[in-house]
Design a protein around this ligand. Structure first.
Ligand SMILES: [Zn+2]
Length: 219
């Protein structure tokens, strides 16, 4: 499954609330950010920031290291967002959703349902029979539900989820390779800068030495 930034935002909204999204977006791609820096960047109190971090820490989405502030004597916590854990969680939640949808479709296709035309309730055949096919809320006669459209929409959702889950995620590998190549190129550039002057120096020294040898030979 290919996981986008939207997926991560959706996940954070679902498990911790929309207020935690900016915090995650700030942490993402960085390492060991102090809670004081987070509070400053997000214009929030440190306690508010801690509360948000604890909410996502319950799902192991953040890790921390701590260092003692020698002058003040207390610990400062430095946080890192675990993107891989987020990806795993996104996939797990989708698999669970898929399972639920499949169960639903099983129920829908396997039974006959009745609804109150006034919109009060929905019952399966046994329940409806027990109530003489009359709504127990308003007394209106129940009608048989045509759930074909609902089944169709469930099927569509299942199809989409399955497609999403089965799509491989090649992009990150490509990105990593590109990153590696640029890093190597930068290293070569640096090395060339260092090597060039050395080579020049070498040439100069060799020239000097051969000059010396020649002059000594003449003597
Ligand atoms: Zn009713």
């Amino acid at each position: 499954m290919k996981i986008t930034e939207e997926h991560i935002q959706e996940l954070i909204k679902e498990i911790a609330g929309p207020d935690v999204i900016p915090l995650v977006l700030f942490l993402k791609g960085k390492k060991n950010i102090s809670e004081f820096k987070l509070a400053e960047k997000l214009k929030l109190g440190v306690n508010q920031v801690r509360n948000m971090l604890y909410r996502i820490n319950e799902y192991n989405l953040v890790h921390y290291t701590r260092k003692k502030d020698k002058s003040k004597g207390w610990y400062i916590y430095y946080w890192t967002f675990d993107e891989n854990e987020a990806k795993t969680l996104i996939k797990d939640l989708r698999r669970k959703k898929l399972e639920k949808l499949k169960n639903k479709i099983h129920t829908e296709t396997g039974g006959t349902f009745f609804v109150c035309p006034e919109g009060c309730l929905r019952m399966d055949y046994a329940d409806a029979m027990e109530h003489d096919f009359v709504c127990k809320e308003c007394g209106t006669k129940l009608v048989q539900l045509d759930n074909q459209k609902y089944i169709y929409s469930l099927n569509q959702q299942i199809k989409e989820l399955e497609e999403e889950l089965n799509t491989p995620e090649p992009e990150i590998k490509v990105k990593r390779t590109v990153k590696k190549v640029t890093k190597i190129k930068q290293k070569i550039k640096k090395a060339k800068k260092i090597i060039k002057p050395i080579a020049k120096k070498k040439k100069r020294i060799i020239r000097k030495i051969s000059k010396n040898i020649r002059s000594k030979k003449r003597k």
